[in-house]
Design a protein around this ligand. Structure first.
Ligand code: NAP
Length: 245
């Protein structure tokens, strides 16, 4: 990945952090986006620099187009155009659909789909013009199967499937690719919010009998970001321990 620049949204923690560190170790210049966790984002930058890579922390709420455009200027000043965009930033606001407010619906849709829109459109020319342009969106098993109490999140994550399939078609002429990675239940702060009794029920549905690790997901994203994945586009790669078999 040497000489390539990657932007990972929501890279201050969890899966995004793991992806940023993997790409940094593989020699890429990494833009570590965060919304509020500045100290954590700076730690990620330090970890990448300690492993010999180059990185910057760059603040932007992905739901704000102007903030995303300011982030583009900051990244261009530091590294020039990007080659790889990973739309990873995400939140949950879980509640049964009959009790879900319109605000809870809109907030979750706006981070996952509004954020993907803002970031992809802002960096579209970069990805299109790169010799190895890569758009990677982090979806979820929940986008395929649904999940009790997550109508907003499931709708957003399903939406990403159609989004990348369409972008795969629109980017194809340039040789750039667009794919989704759909993790199963992965050990991050997002999973910590799930009560123990629900975790036990989920575990029973995972044939490999464990939750995913951040590395399980980051390795697959690193592959999709690499030159070796050049002939894969419009795909959804499941990383879920066999949950969807
Ligand atoms: P996490 O540990 O809660 O981290 C979420 C990251 O997203 C943080 O860095 C946070 O930044 C950032 N973020 C949230 N809203 C943002 C916004 N509006 N603008 C910019 N950044 C924002 O979550 P995670 O578990 O690693 O999840 C990462 C992605 O994987 C999400 O898209 C999630 O839906 C997906 N996923 C997770 C699982 C799982 O089981 N954990 C499974 C399938 C898919 P700040 O802290 O700075 O606000």
């Amino acid at each position: 990945m040497e000489g390539r620049t990657c932007l990972i949204t929501g890279a201050s923690k969890g899966i995004g952090r793991g992806i940023a560190e993997h790409l940094g170790e593989s020699g890429a210049n990494v833009a570590v986006n965060y919304r509020s966790s500045v100290e954590e984002a700076e730690e990620v930058v330090e970890t990448i620099e300690d492993s010999g890579g180059q990185a910057i922390a760059t603040r932007a709420d992905v739901t704000g187009r102007r903030e995303v455009e300011a982030m583009r200027d900051e990244i261009h000043d530091a590294f020039g155009p990007i080659d790889v965009l990973v739309n990873n930033a995400g939140i949950t606001q879980d509640t049964k659909f009959e009790e879900m407010t319109r605000e809870e619906w809109d907030t979750v849709i706006d981070v996952h789909l509004g954020g993907a829109f803002n970031c992809t459109q802002t960096f579209f020319d970069d990805i299109k013009q790169s010799e190895y342009g890569r758009l990677i969106s982090i979806s979820s098993i929940v986008g395929k199967q649904g999940n009790f109490g997550q109508a907003n999140y499931a709708a957003a994550k399903s939406g990403l499937f159609g989004f990348v399939r369409t972008l795969a078609l629109e980017l194809a002429e340039s040789g750039s690719t667009a794919n989704c990675v759909a993790p199963g239940f992965t050990e991050t702060s997002m999973l910590e919010t799930v009560p123990d009794r629900v975790r036990e029920v989920i575990l029973e549905d995972i044939p490999l009998n464990r939750f995913g690790s951040i590395d399980d997901v980051a390795c697959v994203v690193e592959f999709l970001a690499s030159e070796e994945s050049s002939y894969i586009t419009g795909e959804v790669l499941d990383v879920n321990g066999g949950m969807d078999l």
